[in-house]
Write a protein that binds this ligand. Sequence first.
Ligand SMILES: [Zn+2]
Length: 141
Amino acid sequence: MSQRFFPDTMPSPLADAITLPFWEAAAEHRLVVQRCTACGRTRLPPAPVCGSCQSTEADWQTLSGRGEVYTYTLVHRPIAPEQPLPTVIAVIALEGSDGLRMISNLVDSDPDEVAIGAPVELVWEDMGPDLSIPRFRLAAT
Ligand SMILES: [Zn+2]
């Protein structure tokens, strides 16, 4: 069982045919990105065509979940009842990709200690039996 950081009232992401494999892997606590099998570039969010070579062939690569804060902001106005404030929204530079960045939340971290370049690690939040959300927290240095 994972730790919970946000209330059930938070809006949930919607999967479609393109993003479904990402969410299925997330439900198994694996952070995956698409990798073009023609040119090898990774991409996030998932897309039907490679932005580099226009190939439609791709597979999925599992990442470590480590990275660093590329940038962040503190949100002081809630979008859902019982949302903890301030909420840290961060752009995470993902280790092991071609410079991919993911927008997520920093949780379980003191907002005053968040800084650009700070190392982070993945933490899964199980919002339901089939929905796990990748979030990040400051990594021990
Ligand atoms: Zn490609």
